[in-house]
Design a protein around this ligand. Sequence first.
Ligand code: PHE
Length: 342
Amino acid sequence: IKTRYLAAIADAPDEAGLEAVRLAALGKKGEVSLLMRGLGAMSPEERQVAGPALNGLRDEIADALTEAKGRLADAALDARLASEWADVTLAPRPEREGTIHPVSQVMEEVAAIFADLGFAVAEGPQVESDWYNFDALNIPAEHPARQDHDTFYMARSGGDNRPPHVLRTHTSPVQIRAMEARGVPIRVIAPGRVYRADYDQTHTPMFHQIEGLCIDRDVSMANLKWVLEEFCRAFFEVDGVELKFRASHFPFTEPSAEVDIRCSWAGGQLKIGEGDDWLEILGSGMVHPKVLAAAGVDPEKWQGFAFGMGIDRIAMLKYGIPDLRSFFESDLRWLRHYGFAS
Ligand code: PHE
């Protein structure tokens, strides 16, 4: 019996095999257990001989099982260690890194330039009330400028007759919110997303603007001109930037000016600061007294300028990108081509 079981233990390929051997020998109905149960029926003389012999047999088999179990566990661990090693000295696989979107890069760059000029950053909601987007900016209902904006309106629930909220059509409502929140004097820029129902090579229904606002006791158009020239010099990295202030009209500024920058389109290549072409980059003007009053600021004591610039537009100019829509298509080949992704 002993030789048979020790051989079976030695041959067991795994723990399940060992367990089968254990049951066959030492289990409740195992061969050795049954023999030991037979001890009770023996005469005392027989038992004196058979008892120690069977105990010894049982212990030897149990010891062999324990030993074999340990041996199999070691072997299993060795096999795992052999299959799961990693060579930590190997060079890492090259991985593509995410990058900041060009519009966000330009937005950060613009904010940094204006921070140097003493402008803090203000924010407002993208879903805006009719009041902030229009009325407070001197664009009452029925004003033709409302039609110009191709506004996205947010539906009210049935029976609610209040004017609908809008997706803000410009960052100018942040002028009002910032003056209400911070009071005057104030010097802020407000970068963010704006929305208009418009789509072609130079228009996307969502785009980005940066609003500027400076209100103090003694601020004039001359300050506006200096700030914008200083900004363009820093942003386009050319000393000889030339800006043209073209008389224009916005309900929320008086007087108003649109600003063009001198450039050339030689051979499809855009160059800022030279040539005979002019490109519009922003709208601006002296903040209308009614706008100050709407924000709770006394127009007899305070005055200042505001401007609104298309961020995507100036990013196109800086990087020579012909189609605004490509900014928002998330095409990796395009991003790589312009050096915006690795
Ligand atoms: N809000 C105007 C626009 O979206 C730009 C602007 C801002 C003009 C501030 C004047 C002053 O076109």
